[in-house]
Design a protein around this ligand. Structure first.
Ligand code: CO8
Length: 289
């Protein structure tokens, strides 16, 4: 059977070999700068691939692009997405720490609001969301995984968790509740206090991810299988159940999001926090030397 072919919509640079690799009958890809969307029109699904080397950190541009990608796919009436990474070692390194180091107050406010907006969009999207976690997922990377409907991680020597306290700041309520919802209050409290990064096996045991696969080659087939399984549930019922659990958390954040931004800006602009972030960044840069 022949599927309808759509022309590529290319917003960013993509090399010819990569294009050839991605081009499949019945699919088309829409490459923006930092996110590559490979859409399967027949199935009504898409793979949303993070491609911001080296570690897919969430800069302001990345957050805005991810939000607009999800909104675009909702408008196109897609049914589900798999979020994965172009890197073989890192799913997402969390917020871009350079956004948090010596920022202007204005940029920091815009950045934090973009993070809130991205989270609200991902967490409550009517799309069925599956995270295919093929590498490290600290901090904001873990927030993304915890916000999907289902997550599968490769059982390798990578780590996942909320490690913000090491950077000198505490997770805000809406981030903390994501972990509490996954792994119970006491375990979440302990993990947040010590910036615990979980092995994939621990993450499975604590409910941070839903499934493990042994090899990265098994990840996407397994994610597709999981997505297709979830898509068998009638969409309206799925969305209603999802929103009945998630909307209260989103509404809660909406009720205090300006205060949340004020609090975060205040903490990040303190000298003490800036010193810790500066040292953390320095350690990241020097660890390979
Ligand atoms: N932001 C910006 N740059 C980064 C980040 C990041 N999050 N992570 C790594 N980099 C940079 C490194 O400095 C390095 O730069 P360069 O090449 O110039 O030296 C480059 O990316 C490659 O990094 P690595 O060599 O460390 O790559 P590895 O593959 O060895 O390791 C890791 C990958 C494990 C992801 C590792 O880079 C790492 O641990 N990164 C830090 C992750 C982290 O701590 N993120 C916290 C961000 S804060 C956050 O997300 C808050 C979330 C919400 C809570 C809010 C509470 C207020």
């Amino acid at each position: 059977m022949l599927f309808k072919m759509r022309p590529f919509q290319i917003y960013g640079k993509l090399s010819a070999p990569k294009l050839n690799h991605l081009f499949k009958v019945g699919t088309y890809n829409c490459v923006r700068n930092l996110v590559n969307v490979i859409q399967d029109e027949k199935n009504g699904t898409a793979r949303v691939m993070l491609q911001k080397p080296p570690v897919n950190s969430l800069s302001l541009e990345m957050l805005n692009e991810l939000t607009s990608t999800i909104k675009d796919l909702e408008e196109k009436k897609l049914r589900g997405i798999i979020i994965s990474s172009d890197s073989s070692r890192v799913f997402c390194a969390g917020l871009d720490i350079t956004e948090l180091y010596k920022p202007s107050e204005e940029r920091l406010r815009i950045f934090w609001k973009a993070f809130q907006t991205f989270w609200k969009t991902l967490y409550s999207t009517p799309l069925v969301t599956v995270a295919a976690v093929n590498g490290h997922a600290p901090a904001g990377g873990c927030v993304m995984v915890l916000s999907c409907d289902h997550s599968i991680m490769v059982n390798s020597d990578v780590r996942i968790g909320l490690n913000e306290s090491l950077l000198g700041f505490a997770a805000p309520k809406w981030v903390r509740l994501l972990l509490v919802n996954a792994c119970k209050n006491r375990a979440a409290e302990h993990a947040l206090k010590i910036s615990k990064l979980f092995t994939p096996k621990e993450a499975l045991d604590f409910g941070i991810v839903d499934e493990l696969v042994d090899s990265s080659s098994d990840l996407l087939p397994k994610a597709e299988e999981a997505l297709n399984q979830l898509l068998k549930v009638p969409a309206l019922a799925f969305q209603k159940e999802k929103l009945s659990f998630r909307k209260p958390f989103v509404d809660d954040l909406i009720s205090y999001e300006d205060q949340d931004t004020d609090d975060v800006v205040k903490v990040f602009l303190q000298d003490e926090t800036q010193n810790i972030i500066g040292k953390y960044l320095e350690n990241l840069k020097t660890k390979k030397k």
